[in-house]
Design a protein around this ligand. Sequence first.
Ligand code: MLT
Ligand code: MN
Ligand code: ZN
Length: 303
Amino acid sequence: MLLQVLGTAAGGGLPQWNCACPGCAGARAHPERRRRHACLALRAGPDRWYVVNATPDIGEQIEGCPDLLPAPGPAADTRRSPLAGVVLTDAELDHTLGIARLREARDGFDVLATAPVTGAVRDRLGLGAVLGPYTKVRWRELTGTARELDDGSTVTVSAVPVSAKRPRYASGTGPEAPVWSVALRLRDTAGGRTVLYAPALAAWTDAFEAAAREADVLFVDGTFWDDEEPRRSGFGTDTATGMGHLPVTGPGGTADRLARLPGRCLYTHLNNTNPLGDPGAEQHRHLADLGLEVARDGMVIEL
Ligand code: MLT
Ligand code: MN
Ligand code: ZN
């Protein structure tokens, strides 16, 4: 299985366009600290790739990843792409706005998402009707049962529930869905290796623990360093947990739990207030002592 990390930031990115916090100012002064919105590219087969979540940065993310660029070909027929589709973990805007940027797709593309997420993105956000005149979006259902990512692909994908928090734009609409956000269990049936991708994790459930135990590589919600970070930094009135993101450390923190797992663990979806955005921050040593990593834009993982 071949994965490429195209971005590792939470909503807003690093820096965020309207933010002067130390993290954003630091990323402007030190371009190597910049992070694009959290996204993973996943190879489904020869010249066929999917992205996990379609971020507002998707155009630049594709341009920065040679495997996702159109191959050379006849001058009379220039529009093509190895990008076959998008798999969604949730319906949040930082994970779905990029779908609209794919409107030029000549042959359309697939979107794999759970039923509540499809309802929010296709119907409530209106991307189904908006994109209809431009391209063909094939909406495919994602459930807890493993299904092939692509026809004939040895990579399968299934959903593990992680959060009931719905996007703000979808509040008060449609039936209550107890699961709005899922972790993705990506499995290479040929090699038998498994990746768990969880950019949002609201609670450490038994189902998540079971999936985490058998994963060879885990990407986990690193939005906030501790529970008070959103309030301390002044941009929110809620705790990290209240916002649907277990913090890395402190009460309810995920680091100690991840340290006990057999797989390789990397934090992703870092908010711009998270001290981990500064490579010189002392917090990195704490994670390194636990054997944990922070994912970086541009990482390639083959397993
Ligand atoms: C989240 O990760 O919690 C969301 O992206 C927050 C938001 O954009 O409202
Ligand atoms: Mn987010
Ligand atoms: Zn900021």
